[in-house]
Each structure stands twice: as C-alpha cells, then as structure tokens.
Design a protein around this ligand. Sequence first.
Ligand SMILES: *Cc1c(COP(=O)(O)O)cnc(C)c1O
Length: 406
Amino acid sequence: MNCAYRTAIAPLRDLPRSRPLPSVAETVYAERPSVPLFCLRPAAITSAAERFVARFPGRVLYAVKCNPEPALLRALWLGGVRDFDAASAAEVELIGQSFPSAGIHFMHPVKARPAIREAFVRHGVMDFAVDSADEMDKVLEEVGGDQGIGLLVRLALPKGGAVWDLSGKFGAAPGEAASLLRRARSAVRRVGLAFHVGSQCLDPAAFERALALAGRVVAEAGVTPDILDVGGGFPVAYDNVRPPEPETFFAAVARGVERLALPSTTELWCEPGRALVAAGQSVVLRVLARRDKALYVNDGIYGSLSDAGPPGFRFPTRPIAADGRILSARPLPFTIFGPTCDSADRLKEPFLLPADIREGDWIEVGQIGAYGTALRTAFNGMDEAMLIEVRDDPLSVSAASADRAA
Ligand SMILES: *Cc1c(COP(=O)(O)O)cnc(C)c1O
C-alpha cells in the first residue's frame, strides 16, 4: 500500500505512487490505521483549480500556507495554477524546488531579511508585499534597488464579513497606503495594491467594499497600480455553512474592479487557499473509546480538526465499521473528544453517527484540505499520521443540516 508516515509540520517528501489509486475503504481495511489517515483526492483538487482558474477574471496565486503538501501542489499545478503566494523562506523554497517555472510572490508584509535575499537571489522571486516604509526600505536594501521587482502595498481593511478577520494585524491604513504607493512608484517600475478580506468570507459585497476603498487609495495617491490583488477568503461549504456560489464572488470582484476604471494594463490577481483545496482531503479517525454518547477519537483540535473546535465548523462524516458489519441507520448526535489531555480538546458541534458505532470503528471526516494538516501540532506526542492518495469523490456536505443550522 502506498501509505507513508509523516510528522506534524514537515511536508511528506516522496509519496510513492501507484495507479489506479485505491479507495478510502480499501485502504482502511488493508491498513487498519490507528493513527489519523489523511486521504488526498488529487482529481478533486485538480478540478477545483481548473474551475477557479477558468472563472476568476485574473491571475490565480495559490496561498501555500493553506496546505503545502507536495502531492496537493502537483494536483493544483495540473489544474493550471502557475503562481503561488508564499509567506516564508521555507514556502518559497518548497515552490521553487517543486516547480522551477512557477511564479512565486512573497506576499507576507513582514519578512526576515535573509528570507528576502534568498527568495530574490536563489529563487528569482520578484514580487514583495509591504505595509510600511520600513519594510519597503528593507526589501529595497536586500535586493539592491529596483532590479525590476514589484512592490505590492498591502491595504488594511475595516472589520468585514469573514469568519477569520485579519484586519488587526497587517496592512497600511488608507492614507498611509496612498503615500506608500507614491513611494513605491518612485522606487520601482512595478507597483501594486493588495488586500485580504479574511478567511472564509461569506459576503461577496466585502470584495466590492474593499475594492471601493482601494479605488479611493489609488485616487489619493495619484498612482495607477500595475497590479490589483484582491487576496483570498473565497469560502467553501461546511455542513452548517452554505455560502453563496463562487460565481457570486467572481461577479462582485469583476463589478468592483470595473468601477475603478483602471487601464487595461492593470493586472488583477487573487490569492485563494481554502476554495482550492478544502474538498480535496479527508481524514480517517479511529474511535478509541465510546462512553454513552461521547466518542474519544485519535485526532482533535490540536491535530487536523482545529476548525471544528471553537470556530465550530461542522465537517461531513462517513462511518466505516471495523468488522465490515452493517451499521444502524439510526443517527445519534455524538460528542467528540480529541486524544490529548487538554479538556478543551473537544469538538464544538456533535457528529451525527450511527447509534451502534463503537470502539475500533473509523470515521472519515471530509472537507479538511484547508488548514487541516497545515495546523497540526505535535502536542502530547500525537503527531503521527499516514497520508495516501485516493480515487474517491469528496464527501459531500449535507445541505439538509446546513438548512437546519441556517
Ligand atoms: C491566508 C491568506 C490567504 C488565503 O486565504 P484563504 O482564506 O485560504 O483563501 C491569501 N492571502 C493572504 C495574504 C493570506 O494571509
């Protein structure tokens, strides 16, 4: 079986490949995994990338932090993604080594000096985000002046419609952003304006509002940007969240951009993470113990299920019986506890599972491709896991429970 072990943070290196890919159930019965088994669906990732690249009215940069798994990156590449939003020296290196012809863009507005140097000298990174005059000077010093680089000014946004609001940490206020645009224009030949509405943004109008603010900054600066980067934040469905269709977001971006009446030479970029990869990975958990209507499982909020902790995302599930028995059709809401010793390691929302599920059975949890494996820790020494590529379709999110929650 082409399973491989990995630890919490380091991406798996060479994933052995065999075709055709196995199914999740075949793998579970063959391996009987008692550590979390991550099931990557390359076909789902490739088609999500194809759809996004075809429909977004501009260039698509994948936000590497969302899931840096090399097999997943290959699937995105197959789907037509050629540009990457990297935020650290390690991410730059990973993309540079994986895809020598990729466009790598260093979009973190606070960078270590050696990371800037290495990105520019060793990997030919030409675009750098900045949100202060100090950071702009830092980049210019490390690359040695203009050198043909692009400087993208990160604009801070007011609190908006995203589940993860990032407005408090990065970005220049509008007045400051305008003066940074002017400063950038006098330092380099290629300047851009970038923002990020926050992750899992459920409101398409948030992009229009952000673009309107970007328009005011451009007007105040009197600088026409060569690049306008609307960031990530495009949402996906979970069992208790049903966001508007992706087209609604793309249309909002297109409308917002059109109102700015920028010249046709201004490039439009975006930096999706979640929308490209959420559906493309699941994890198979094992039930370690059952106590009445509580299940103790081998992964939790310090593992790949942090979004099911306090954020309360409800992931789709599928039970897999240990002995191949037919599980009862009657579902019960089970409280789920993760494996670490912390009592906070429990999921916020119950899982609906067959009434007769028991110790030794498995539960496949879908829709964890975004920020699932990326946020795992080694807390309590529980970082062991397996990873496999499978041929299954993604677990479908349940519209019925989304309606109930709405
Ligand atoms: C995290 C991040 C992204 C990706 O966000 P998603 O919500 O996963 O689409 C894009 N751009 C920036 C600057 C980010 O910090």
